[in-house]
Design a protein around this ligand. Structure first.
Ligand code: FE2
Length: 255
């Protein structure tokens, strides 16, 4: 399986604090059946002031450590970008690492505030769309506006956003409300990928297999594999040298 959202890069956000913690997360991911992962540290100006150079340094160190420790996890680097007024400047300065590509557009993993969906957010999506950037919304099933009222997700979908649901939320690890929303999104075929959003070995471990199995009950086996293998492989093909749109069985062989 391929995990497109985790906070494994040490010392840059609220995920792994040390290299030892990062390697612990990597080993747990491998044990869960994850072969490829994108480290997606927070980029949130004023809170996590991560720029490309800082992230590239941390990424190089972690990748070398994975090889040295013989941990069979292929790692790429992207980011989870907080929706703030800084986004246009960061895009123009080319500071934001993309998740990959989808139907000819670059894809940016974007985090909304947990408390609400800011008014006017569609204008940001339109600004990005004019630059061939499509938004992948991180964990909409945990946004409080959407938890209160499922219909709040519809403007995001109408704006052509892709949705990334937390695998653990489908499995009930984030409470009954988040599980209900995750399953509603799955039922309506609004979800493009499941990902772990792993932060910490005990508090937020890398859980993808349990989410896939839980999703299978709602969308069937074939679609559940699309969410953790085929779609993530298509999105992140450039990070891992996958041929674009590779079939999931071929990805398994390749890994
Ligand atoms: Fe995250």
């Amino acid at each position: 399986m391929i995990d497109l959202h985790c906070h494994m890069l040490p010392g840059v956000d609220d995920g792994a604090a040390t290299l030892a913690e990062a390697l612990g997360l990597a080993r747990a991911a491998v044990d869960d059946g994850i072969t490829h992962a994108l480290a997606t540290p927070h980029v949130h100006i004023g809170r996590y002031d991560n720029d490309r150079d800082r992230l590239a340094d941390a990424f190089g160190n972690l990748r070398r450590a994975l090889i040295k420790e013989r941990i069979p996890l292929r790692l790429g680097l992207a980011a989870e970008v907080r929706l703030t007024d800084d986004i246009p400047r960061l895009v123009e300065e080319e500071q934001l690492p993309f998740i990959g590509e989808w139907q000819g557009d670059w894809v940016l993993l974007l985090e909304l505030p947990h408390s609400h969906i800011p008014p006017g957010v569609e204008q940001v999506f339109a600004w990005l769309a004019r630059r061939n950037i499509r938004v992948l919304i991180a964990h909409p099933e945990r946004n409080r506006d959407i938890l209160r009222d499922f219909k709040q997700v519809l403007p995001l979908v109408r704006s052509d956003c892709l949705l990334q649901v937390t695998a653990g939320a489908v499995a009930g690890h984030f409470g009954a409300g988040a599980e209900r929303r995750a399953r509603e999104l799955l039922t309506r075929d609004m979800v493009t990928v499941l990902a772990t959003d792993a932060h910490h070995l005990q508090r937020r471990p890398p859980v993808l297999a349990a989410g896939r199995i839980a999703a299978e009950a709602t969308v069937g086996e074939s679609r559940s594999w699309d969410l953790v293998q085929y779609n993530p492989a298509s999105l992140a093909a450039a990070h891992f040298d996958f041929p674009i749109c590779m079939h999931s069985a071929a990805v398994a062989e390749y890994s």
